[in-house]
Ligand binder design. Structure first.
Ligand SMILES: Cc1cc2nc3c(=O)[nH]c(=O)nc-3n(C[C@H](O)[C@H](O)[C@H](O)COP(=O)(O)OP(=O)(O)OC[C@H]3O[C@@H](n4cnc5c(N)ncnc54)[C@H](O)[C@@H]3O)c2cc1C
Length: 482
């Protein structure tokens, strides 16, 4: 429990509407997008300025109170899940775009700025912010930084880490650090690179310097319909093997197609697999390459090909893809979104394996994914009311295991969070994890910033869940907490 005098101090700092403590208010913050994990925090702080964030963290540090940063709560791995007895620091009120520097292609934002708002702010100048998660109309830049968010166009433009040049960060002891900066190639360790993707475990970003990109002269989007994911997967490999780097290559299988169609009526062909291929660049180059993409798709069995003829048509093609996760509610009462990575060439094989695993488990799996970079999003469909949850989780994890065995990863963009902690040791050896822990402990020796996430941590015997208390064995120097 937070002591009353601490709550009073926080309230004096943040104002009456800046601190939530009522149970019904706190329940809003008990989960992120992964709603099967829920913890009600002891309080939620809603600071308005970076200075207030810093003061709140200083108080947490003094009181040894664990805290969890939160953006929009759209994370899919339980990253923003509160700690029992700890506080959530919501960054949603730090939502100002502080500087737009077009000549130098930089934008400085507070962490609560919504991803899409960056592009909207620079579009009049002919620029855009490249990382575009499907949740871009609601998720925050702070959350994107913490998760190293990706999106359809990261195949060509790179993930969030490529676009973050600098950060102002409140460290877990409440001090302020400036990592990186507006210029490229700052000397010393690549600390923005360390912070991006750290899932809230190294402190709280209160300002972010972003790189923006010139909008290409032409963008063209092609939709191709195939009779199987094998054919579509082979087309993806052939497009990349031909030396092209499309802005995006996305795939949907039959189930995803049906769900998306039911949700947004994109008029997709009734295909077993759909490919969306987007090319951008100078008009002449795009026209030439689009002809090649079309030929490759046809050679791999595409029986219908459409190229969007207007921005409105392009938006409709994308609408179904971007809505695909949410659309699963149309075809299943419950579903698990997984996020694994495989080498692109393994796509057809792994998709066949997923099909076999799905048949064996007696559960449907829909596949919608960033095919160009091998980032799968298998959606395991199940019905909780029929007691299928455990089977669904086992199937989802078995798919991840296959991804690792294929030389891939347990997460492409959604992070480890709470959900995949136990899978870190499938992917990493003990010395790898220890090296990561050394970094974490250097930033946060007291384990206050989003503790109990990312790292697998078997509980010590007799250790109680909830707020961290040193175990007697730790105090005696017999066991070590990492
Ligand atoms: C329908 C849907 C589609 C999605 N599609 C994609 C996709 O295509 N690509 C993709 O990458 N993700 C996707 N996501 C996942 C999610 O949107 C991203 O992970 C996003 O980056 C989370 O942002 P958020 O503001 O919601 O962060 P939250 O969920 O609030 O937090 C995420 C993590 O960031 C930490 N955090 C938040 N703010 C800060 C800060 N200022 N400083 C330090 N740590 C902080 C939190 O502690 C937590 O660990 C999707 C989610 C949904 C629901």
């Amino acid at each position: 429990m937070i002591q009353q005098h601490v709550l009073a101090e926080l309230r004096a700092l943040l104002g009456e509407d800046g601190l939530l403590t009522e149970p019904e208010q706190l329940r809003t913050y008990d989960a992120d997008g992964l709603t099967n994990f829920r913890v009600v925090p002891a309080a939620v702080a809603l600071p308005r300025t970076g200075a207030q964030v810093q003061r709140v963290v200083q108080i947490c540090h003094r009181e040894r109170l664990p805290f969890v940063a939160r953006g929009s709560g759209t994370g899919l791995s339980g990253g923003a899940l509160p700690v029992e007895g700890g506080i959530v620091i919501s960054l949603s009120r730090l939502n100002r775009i502080l500087e737009i520097d077009i000549p130098n292609q930089r934008v400085v934002v507070e962490p609560g700025v919504i991803n899409l708002q960056v592009t909207q702010a620079v579009a009049p100048y002919g620029y855009f912010y490249a990382p575009d998660p499907s949740s871009q109309s609601v998720c925050t830049i702070g959350g994107n930084v913490a998760e190293n968010a990706g999106g359809a166009h990261c195949l060509k433009y790179g993930f969030t880490v490529t676009h973050v040049l600098g950060l102002t960060v409140v460290l877990p002891d409440g001090s302020l650090a400036h990592l990186g900066g507006k210029t490229l190639d700052t000397p010393g360790y690549d600390l923005p690179g360390v912070f991006v993707g750290s899932e809230g475990t190294l402190g709280i970003a209160i300002e972010v310097i972003l790189r923006i990109v010139k909008r290409p002269e032409t963008i063209q989007t092609l939709l191709a319909a195939f009779n199987s994911t094998d054919e579509a997967g082979a087309a993806v490999s052939a497009i990349i093997a031909a030396g092209m780097l499309p802005a995006a290559i996305e795939m949907m299988d039959r189930l995803s197609r049906d769900a998306a169609e039911a949700a947004v009526h994109a008029n997709y062909p009734e295909a077993e697999a759909l490919l969306l291929v987007e090319l951008d660049g100078p008009a002449a180059e795009v026209a030439l390459l689009m002809a090649q993409v079309r030929a490759i798709c046809e050679a791999h069995g595409a029986w219908e090909i459409r190229v969007a003829q207007s921005e409105a048509e392009r938006a409709v093609l994308w609408k179904g893809r971007k809505a695909a996760f949410a659309a699963m509610g149309r075809i299943s009462p419950d579903y698990i979104v997984q996020d694994g990575v495989i080498p692109r060439t393994a796509l057809p094989r792994i998709l066949r394996e997923i099909e076999a695993l799905s048949a064996r488990a007696g559960l449907r799996v829909a596949n919608v994914f960033h095919a160009g970079d091998g980032n799968l999003h298998p959606l395991v469909l199940y019905d909780r009311s029929k007691g299928e949850e455990q089977r669904a989780e086992e199937l989802a994890f078995e798919i991840l295991r296959r991804c690792v065995e294929a030389g891939g990863s347990i997460t492409g963009e959604h992070g480890v969070g709470r959900e995949k902690q136990k899978f870190m040791s499938v992917m990493f050896a003990e010395p790898d994890l220890e090296t990561m822990q050394l970094v974490r402990c250097a930033f946060d020796p007291h384990h206050l910033s989003n503790p109990d996430k990312v790292f697998p941590r078997p509980r010590l015997c007799a250790e109680k869940p909830g707020r961290y208390e040193p175990h007697p064995l730790e105090r005696a120097g017999v066991a070590e907490l990492f």
